[in-house]
Design a protein around this ligand. Sequence first.
Ligand code: DU
Ligand code: SF4
Length: 238
Amino acid sequence: RALDLITAELVECRRCPRLVAWREDVAREKRRAYRDQTYWGRPVPAFGDPDAPLVIVGLAPAAHGGNRTGRMFTGDRSGDFLYAALYRAGLASQPTSTSRDDGLSLRGVFITAPCRCAPPDNKPTIAELAACRGWIDRELAVLHRARVYLALGKIGYDAVGALARSRGASAGDRAEAHPRLPPFAHGVEAAIPDPRGGAGAALLFGSYHVSQQNTQTGRLTGDMFDEVLRRAVSAAGL
Ligand code: DU
Ligand code: SF4
């Protein structure tokens, strides 16, 4: 399958020297609580339903979350929050995601990110995001039913907006037919050219990121996230 081929190439990627060093240093040094585990320490594959109409776009793997377990949003507080919400919405087979072999499957939703290696301070550089963009671009191109995007945070939101603009422009003049992308805000909703390069339009929602920094301070509550997720799920016809 097309996605499996992309994933097989992705996990060998060593294009960003700073991130390769960081992901591997973290994997070697580990966090005390996980010292008996073998960290993934590589680019983290996308996860979910290849026939999904809804695509969730995060930022980058967490050092001791995705970079440890090898699955998006898995093994940390961000993932606890996200997968519990997906389960409430009927999109996940179980409310938790703890490891690559925990049996979890998603239905109707696919999760990916614009930066695939854990970055220091959870902050990829502009150059690293530019280097990584080809991976998400290729994934979206083979998600044949994708038409609604839910970005977690401004970086994912802008990344999807940029892909939509460039794909739309290459597919004709539809990019100009769309208004400028509204600035990122929690709950924002924007019509965009299809980031897959298709003829139709797509819909982009923005939510505050599910980071512990946001969820523990109450900046993002479960209710706030459920509300945006519900709108995205409904727009996706799920
Ligand atoms: O082995 P596979 O069917 O290609 O699935 C790979 C991976 O994706 C597996 O860990 C489950 C997940 N997945 C899913 O969550 N939802 C689907 O509809 C299909 C696969
Ligand atoms: Fe490759 Fe992306 Fe990782 Fe850079 S961040 S090394 S482009 S997978």
